[in-house]
Write a protein that binds this ligand. Structure first.
Ligand code: GDP
Length: 181
């Protein structure tokens, strides 16, 4: 490589939050390794995985953190949120209680981060149409009223998983480029 050829690399932290068993770990493993685990058991302790997307010809790497079961004990710590540039707030479209709890997760996120954090509301398990309890419109209007991006996904059949992360990563990248310019 010649001296004047530089490779610009970016690394951003993203957190995934939401109630237990909404599919947070599987969304991450689908995005980072293209894997799904039907019997995933939460391991306690924070874990992260990385994945890169190309934006404007640049490699933008996301370090994505998974609560790994801490949310069961209402014990997601401030260290978990620290330094995050983006967040996915996940609920399960087949369990209304997980949607009702989004407001609490959003409060917690907002109390630990500033307004520039890119936030995406994610209705996961959209493959479970037969047992749906939260409509697409309900998800959309909550997202609109709270100023969040919104998407429905299935970690099981891969629907929109890549897109969900890519939108957040692109928004972070745009936010950061705006600051630099
Ligand atoms: P977490 O506790 O939020 O990290 O949730 P997990 O990723 O461990 O998933 C909880 C359960 O939901 C597991 O049995 C998964 O196999 C299942 N699951 C996760 N995502 C999906 C999905 O998109 N569709 C369906 N049908 N099941 C899913």
């Amino acid at each position: 490589m010649s001296d004047d050829e530089t490779v610009e690399e970016y690394l951003f932290k993203i957190v995934i939050i939401g109630d237990s068993a909404v599919g947070k770990s599987n969304l991450l493993s689908r995005f980072a390794r293209n894997e799904f685990n039907a019997h995933s058991k939460a391991t306690i302790g924070v874990e992260f995985q990385t994945q890169s997307v190309e934006i404007d010809g640049k490699e933008v790497k996301a370090q994505i953190w998974d609560t790994a079961g801490q949310e069961r004990f209402r014990a997601v710590t401030s260290a978990y949120y620290r330094g995050a540039f983006g967040a996915l707030l996940v609920y399960d479209i087949s369990r209304r209680a997980t949607f009702d709890n989004v407001a609490r997760w959003l409060d917690e996120l907002n109390s630990h981060s500033d307004t520039t954090v890119a936030k995406m509301l994610v209705g996961n398990k959209c493959d479970l149409e037969n047992t749906r309890e939260v409509s697409l419109d309900e998800g959309k209007s909550l997202a609109e009223s709270e100023g969040l991006f919104f998407i429905e996904t299935s970690a099981l059949d891969s629907t929109n998983v890549w897109t969900a992360f890519e939108i957040v990563i692109r928004e972070i990248y745009n936010n950061v480029s705006r600051k630099v310019l």
